[in-house]
Write a protein that binds this ligand. Sequence first.
Ligand SMILES: Cc1ncc(COP(=O)(O)O)c(C=O)c1O
Length: 385
Amino acid sequence: MSGMIYLDYCATTPVDPKVREAMQYSLEAGYGNPSSMHSAGREAARLIDKSRCQVADGIGCEPEEIIFTSGATEADNLALLGVLRSKLPEKTHLITSAIEHHAVLHTAQQLEREGYAVTYLPVNSMGLVDPGTVREAIRPETALISIMMVNNEMGAIEPIEQIGRIAREAGVLMHTDAVQAVGLLDVQVNKLNVDMLSLSAHKIYGPKGIGALYVRKNTRLSPLIYGGPQERSLRPGTENVPGIVGLGTALELVTEHKPEEYQRLKRVRDQLIVGLNNCIPGILINGPEVEAAPHIVSASFPHGDAEAMLLRLNFAGLAVSMGSACNSKSIEPSHVLSSMGLGREHIESTLRISTGYPTTEAEIERFLMLIAEIYQASRIDYELS
Ligand SMILES: Cc1ncc(COP(=O)(O)O)c(C=O)c1O
């Protein structure tokens, strides 16, 4: 992939060399089973403990409140199914939003099949949930509210702090999927007023297949699978030691660089938006102007064919995405952009450009030059057809 300009950091990120180094050590020196009492096992257990502290420091909680999972999909499943299935019989209602990742939406649909009630809150044309609608949706039987912190398709930052406060006042548990926020925004759980938070290593320069769920002390939760005593029996099975080490190291590194990287990527986003507005007349930037994550730009090109543009960009050595990566295999138009009121033609002309720590201004310049050419070429094809 050398020479490729990668602008798809929301889909996944490359592994930081320091993360790779820490994982390599764990593979060599931490091969023991963390449950074993001999020194090989104890070294593996020590590495897990260290990583648990790194993750806890990154989000401002106690190490015992972290449960390692196979990724954010599992963390989201554990939060929703775990709470609803362990609640008192009268607590049968979940509140979520229409723009959640499928890891939440499809889990909510499973809960509906099991007989639970789910409210899917709408968003406005900017993709924002109105905290007032959350307050109105709460019923005596509401067990949990789950609203994502940053949307992975268009970057809206949802008002989690406010929604968390509403949940707390009502005595309802609050979960947030913070996958796209962890590397760049403040995700201190007490400030956010959340009881549970999902995160994933591969979005923050760590390995794939590992994530975590923060669960506030004394929160009742049922496991999804049954087995040994690992992760307080909430996620049994011999631990993925190299993955856990990778997650801890990655979270420590992004936490250290967050303030500068937030500002730098904000400037890169401005450069991208100004450039797109200059070279593509009528281009639409989806999502809020202010409450926007610095690393995501969703842009709709008038009468553009996103798939054709993506393929031409790829041919020229540039990686971007159509809608979200998880949706690129689906023929359904994005549920996120539809919920914001965008029509099918609009959605099918949308590209998502997402930047990361390695992104440079020169890469954005190159992208702008190429996209202008590719868009012009596709417009000529459109006018001739
Ligand atoms: C907001 C959000 N939630 C959940 C996930 C799923 O994460 P994982 O790949 O770790 O299962 C993703 C991945 O795209 C995401 O962007």
